[in-house]
Design a protein around this ligand. Sequence first.
Ligand SMILES: [Zn+2]
Length: 250
Amino acid sequence: MSAALAESLAERRLQLPGGVLGPDGRCHRMVRVRELTGADEEVLADTGAAGASLVTRFLARVIVEIEGLQRRVDEALVWDMLVGDRDYLLLRLRQIDLGDHVHQVMRCPSPACGKKADVDFLVSEIEVRRAGELQASYRVRLGEGAEAIDALVRLPSGRDQEAMASLAPRNPAAANTRLFSRTVLKWGEGGALDEEAARALPLKQRSALAAFLERHSPGPNLYLDLQCPDCGADMGTSFDLNAFFLPSAR
Ligand SMILES: [Zn+2]
């Protein structure tokens, strides 16, 4: 691949940490985005729709081109982008158009304390994991010895995130069941898994699968490792990208 031009925030040319695979299997990473307007902000701020579909609608408007990909950028394409690539574009657009500095006020979760804490960080300091060679699917051995099983899996897309969205807050295990039923293409000698089969898997294999997806998914690390400045309680949290994008939302 010719590394023609590097990422440039000033020129609004961003390099996806994962990438989009073309019909010929080539990976396209360079994305051009346009300047945001109030109309774009309104799309993201719509409280009547779910997070992943807002992000899809928003990015389909804002991405001008995926360089080298002979295909118009529409919502179908954005749905199929990797979760971490979608997050990355939100993050950099926030940085370019609203500034690098983020200030949030959070409350200590310890009932004995409950004090407010100011949280300040720079978007540019958020760690981004970049993929080596992106593949449409990965062959992975889960477990050890006689219990090991070979699976063929793909990395989660925006569409998978959307399918899990209603389950994730109230039951993360059920969300994983759904995720596995969508992202496992082949399990052992068999084919894909339906939800019932994904639910019936031994916990050991499920956790190995979750760890594989976690370890191989490119994108920004949205986990903030924080302690309460008053009592030292753990205030670690994953921040909500949609809300954090908009200074007026909170
Ligand atoms: Zn505290």
